[in-house]
Design a protein around this ligand. Structure first.
Ligand SMILES: [Zn+2]
Length: 526
């Protein structure tokens, strides 16, 4: 491998220092305004923290920095309404987990081991990752704040990264009516969240499992009401949070327009009616719902009930921290359900109900609405705060041609195509490079946390945690025989293995040199 100096960016970092006006020139602008107007060859002018103008051939003030958006898409910054940022320190570890295994590892076994500096490490890398991927606002669903020192650490990381955040305060190691009643919790809130700051918001994050009919969570909801803090809650999680929790919240008057129902899967029609009637919104983590098992991603039901939607990625213990993945998964899951339901009626879907445009709207203005920030962010309109993403990659064949910009965002673009990111009028990434985001510090902090956790678990538990047992798959009896002209068939040819044959070679699930189950079955599998 040879190294060569990276080509100089079109605009030097010094020129992008906060304060100078910035104009994005000649891009395909998805305004995501009320009418979803799209401008081809459009410009967006930013002065100070706000968008000053959106249009064609805008006159820029003297000294404005020009960012060439030719061949790219300019869109509002994406908004994630539910991200357990502390868990990014364990990125990818739980790729093969179910929700049950996640609960066991985090709630029962190892979540308690996380020290304040580990919460900081996860939050820091997650916050940097978010802005790098064009997610300009993230709700940190921070449910391992065992002490207010943990909470201070979570907040310190969010303050170090130039993104927009909401701290969703939670603690899975104690009941919500306990931690929310603690004087130090009140003290933490009053010290850190005085007045309104649209760069750093506050929510209370807790769930209402059906365990107790006398609704002890009532006390926590009362604290939230007193603090003026919206509640975000995992709702409709299969066998964990159910219709009963929704009913209790509703009957006690705690379902408000600011309430965010995370997942909102596996709920009854009655619960969806209660959510719709009280004006709350659902935060969908489709990758999560598809593989962890909260319930089928409920977009098609939410549509029937008129419930507003925002998107989220849940946790990097499994999934990707970008919203391109979330949008893609959400559109695919909705369409998959539509096809399945039609096929069950012996019908064919000829026109899709859900469009790429709608999913882009959920990832932008949907998030702003969920957070009560409709008038502040979520679209590119004069007067709004300038949270802007330029998707552009002159080295990628996947950027050509650019015919259907919403479809391009959802099905073609990747986080590597995020060229420039602006938050609150400040350029935090340009020409595919972060500016002042502290990635090196985050890497170092995460390495220390991983080393510490490996020591806490020991090598055996560490490895076991990552590799849950695989249930046995029985290969079905096959009524057909695979015999062609006397040769052994099944696509593998003689001498290799098939499922369950063993014999010195590999078998199902073992990987390695030869192939096994699922490759064609080979003669003799029974
Ligand atoms: Zn979650």
């Amino acid at each position: 491998m040879t190294t060569s100096p990276a080509p100089a960016p079109a605009v030097a970092d010094e020129e992008l220092a906060p304060g100078r006006p910035v104009v994005f020139r000649n891009g395909t602008v998805l305004t995501m305004d009320e009418g979803h107007h799209v401008l081809r060859g459009g410009d967006v002018l930013v002065t100070g923290e706000r968008i000053a103008a959106v249009g064609h051939a805008l006159a820029a003030p003297a000294g404005a920095v020009e960012i060439d958006a030719t061949g790219g898409i300019v869109m509002p910054g994406m908004i994630d309404t539910h991200r357990h940022m502390w868990q990014s320190a364990m990125r990818g570890y739980g790729a093969d987990w179910t929700l049950t295994q996640y609960f066991v590892w985090n709630y029962l076994q190892w979540g308690k081991s996380f020290r304040p500096q580990d919460i900081y490490a996860g939050n820091l890398v997650s916050a940097v990752e978010a802005i790098d991927a064009g997610v300009t606002t993230s709700v940190d669903w921070s449910h391992n704040l065992q002490t207010t020192e943990h909470a201070e650490a979570a907040l310190a990381a969010l303050r170090e990264v130039p993104g927009r955040f909401v701290l969703g305060y939670g603690n899975i190691q104690a009941a919500p009516w306990e931690w929310s009643a603690a004087p130090e919790f009140r003290d933490f809130v009053s010290r850190n969240f005085t007045g309104s700051d649209d760069m750093l918001g506050f929510q209370m994050a807790f769930d209402v499992p059906p365990a107790s009919p006398d609704f002890p969570e009532k006390a926590a909801f009362e604290v939230a009401r007193e603090l003026g803090a919206p509640v975000t809650t995992h709702a409709g999680v299969w066998k964990v949070t159910t219709d009963e929790g929704i009913r209790l919240m509703h009957e006690h008057g705690f379902m408000t327009p600011g309430t965010v129902y995370v997942h909102a899967a596996s709920l009854s029609t009655d619960s969806y009616h209660r959510i719709a009637a009280t004006g709350g919104s659902a935060s969908l983590s489709t990758e999560s719902e598809c593989s962890a098992g909260q319930g089928y991603p409920p977009t098609w039901k939410l549509r029937q009930h008129g419930i507003p939607v925002s998107l989220s990625m849940d946790t990097s213990v499994w999934w990707s921290g970008d919203l391109f993945s979330a949008m893609r998964a959400t559109l695919s899951a909705d369409r998959a359900m539509e096809h399945l339901e039609a096929h069950a009626r012996d019908e064919t879907v000829t026109h899709h109900k859900l469009r790429a445009e709608q999913v882009v709207s959920w990832a932008t203005r949907g998030g702003a609405h969920a957070l009560g920030l409709d008038s502040v962010i979520g679209s590119l309109e004069p007067g709004k705060k300038a949270d802007i993403v330029l998707i552009k990659n002159d080295n990628s064949p996947a950027m050509v041609p650019l015919l259907h910009p919403y479809g391009h965002v959802v099905f073609q673009a990747q986080r590597a195509d995020v060229h420039t990111v602006m938050v609150n009028g400040r350029v935090v990434k340009h020409d595919h490079r972060l500016i002042g985001a502290g990635l090196a510090r985050a890497r170092q902090a995460v390495e220390q946390t991983v080393e510490y956790l490996q020591g806490e678990l020991g090598p055996e538990a560490w490895t076991e945690g990552m590799h849950p047992e695989i249930p046995e798959t029985r290969v079905l009896n096959n009524p057909y025989t695979y015999t062609y002209g006397g040769h052994d068939a099944g696509g593998q040819g003689g001498g290799h293995d098939a499922a369950g044959q063993g014999g010195g070679h590999d078998a199902a699930g073992q990987g390695g040199g030869h192939d096994a189950a699922g490759q064609g079955g080979g003669g003799g599998a029974s």
